[in-house]
Design a protein around this ligand. Structure first.
Ligand SMILES: *Cc1c(COP(=O)(O)O)cnc(C)c1O
Length: 479
């Protein structure tokens, strides 16, 4: 497919504006004016419509197909939430920082403030910052808050403990803040090895970072004990709540003993992500960490007006604009209000039910390395299919031919030939049954005709790519 620039023909137009019949007014300072015309493609309206319609048909998304990408929570995002983002702010929230601008931004500030309150209630935390722009950004902010806490107390801390079943961003975020990572292996039941944890815990441990549920889709039954042990050496416990849809309304990280939590609005709270939109990773903290929260902060005054507070000497500073990814927040805010308490509880129950349903219907054909009741996702291994030289990647490619976005494969790293399926709560039983039938067909084909799986996908413009080369030499202009 050609780029839109390659389709350009000089002087071809979609819209012709009448020439101006009023004298030109000098609106902008001279130095800000363009010296050369902008390099825009020149096309007819039909060219433009066809170009973008064809492009959109090459896109794979939740709106076109079941997208069970584990750990990514590709749930359906209701279109009404987009309306929420569109009508939310007549003024850019930044206007609050201009002299006299605060009164124009009251609606935006009220929303940001209420969003923080709602997320604090959902997570059981005392305060929430809505600044971070993604999950990993939230993690880094959270670890910076923990570092500031220890610095203020004069604690000499060096290590952050991370189970090997955590999301890869956890150790990366802690390392970026300057900590050394201590990795704890997984016990046979799929939770963190408690003896190894006890052995690793000492006065120099700054924090323990837990992905909950972990990347095996399992909830850790010892979580309270882990929090208590960590607190006994004044280590903070971090809850990676990117996939909070597993526990919404069931358990609150703050009640179990966690000190910091980030949530991914773009997974749990119904806002699109990946190629579909930007992220937002608000961070909730307990009282001890509140003084260090990023500035500026949205506050509610005694007269019920809202403002932006800037000065706080202990703050870690600015991690993004005070209003974060405002549009994402508006959609997530609409999502929380639309579902309400009962709706959020219902969402997590269905997310967990759907994952367990898929697991139960496939476990006679695919190995389940940690065979427990799962939370929002289930993890299989293609170990049995390997006897026929069929790998997780071959099954993923077969699913593409059948019209599905493949599940996550080769992650988590602690499972050989992992296939990680997250159906989410928005899919119907009919959709799950069709997908299960195709997964069963893949397992049967692995036994009867393994060579056929190696040929897939046959329905895409290109079949198997050299994935390393594709990442290094990006060329999207194939014909
Ligand atoms: C997606 C995810 C993250 C990272 O979130 P980003 O917004 O992609 O930075 C962190 N932890 C877990 C468990 C996740 O699933």
């Amino acid at each position: 497919m050609q780029l839109i620039y390659e389709k350009s023909v000089p002087a071809r137009r979609a819209v012709r504006m009448p020439s101006s019949d009023v004298p030109a007014a000098a609106m902008l300072p001279r130095e800000l004016l363009r010296s050369e015309p902008a390099d825009l493609p020149e096309l007819s309206e039909l060219d433009v419509v066809r170009h973008f319609t064809q492009l959109s048909r090459r896109n794979i998304g939740v709106d076109t197909t079941f997208y069970p990408l584990g750990s990514c929570t590709m749930k359906y995002n209701a279109k009404s939430l987009e309306d929420g983002a569109r009508i939310s702010a007549p003024f850019h929230p930044m206007i609050a920082l201009l002299p006299g601008g605060e009164s124009c931004a009251q609606g935006s500030l009220a929303m940001l403030h209420h969003m923080g309150e709602l997320l604090a209630e959902i997570t059981g935390m005392d305060e929430v910052t809505c600044q971070p722009l993604a999950g990993a950004h939230g993690e880094m902010t959270g670890i910076m808050l923990i570092a500031a806490y220890h610095r203020a107390k004069g604690n000499k801390k060096k290590y952050v403990i991370v189970p090997d079943s955590s999301h890869g961003t956890n150790p990366a975020s802690a390392a970026m803040v300057g900590y050394e990572i201590v990795t704890i292996p997984t016990a046979p039941y799929g939770d963190m090895d408690l003896d190894a944890f006890r052995a690793a815990l000492n006065d120099e441990v700054a924090a323990v970072m837990m992905t909950c549920p972990n990347t095996l889709g399992l909830f850790n039954p010892h979580i309270k004990e882990i929090c208590d042990l960590a607190h006994s050496v004044d280590a903070m416990v971090y809850y990676d709540g990117a996939n909070l849809n597993a526990i919404l309304g069931q358990v609150r990280p703050g009640d179990v003993g966690f000190d910091v939590v980030h949530v991914n609005l773009h997974k749990t709270f119904g806002t699109p992500h990946g190629a579909g939109g930007p992220g937002s990773g608000p961070v909730g903290v307990k009282k001890a960490l509140v003084p260090f929260l990023p500035m500026p902060r949205v506050i509610k005054r005694n007269d019920a007006s809202f403002g932006v507070e800037t000065g706080n000497p202990q703050s870690i500073g600015r991690t993004a604009n005070f209003f974060g990814n405002f549009g994402v927040m508006a959609k997530a805010y609409a999502y929380i209000l639309m579902l309400g308490r009962e709706g959020l509880i219902d969402a997590s129950e269905k997310a967990v039910l759907n994952a367990n349903y898929v697991m139960a219907r496939l476990k006679d054909l695919y190995e389940v390395p940690y065979d427990q009741t799962c939370m929002h996702e289930c993890v299989f291994s293609a170990a049995r299919q390997m006897q026929h030289d069929v790998h997780a990647i071959d099954i993923a490619k077969f699913l593409i031919d059948k019209g599905y976005h493949p599940p996550t494969v080769y992650f988590p790293l602690i499972v050989k030939e992992a296939i990680m399926i997250e159906p989410t709560e928005t899919e119907s039983k009919e959709t799950l049954d069709e997908f299960i039938a195709v997964m069963r067909e893949a397992a049967e084909t692995a036994e009867t005709d393994p060579a056929a799986l190696k040929l897939a996908p046959l329905t895409t413009p290109v079949s198997r790519l050299d994935e390393t080369k594709a990442a290094r030499e990006q060329n999207v202009c194939f014909t």
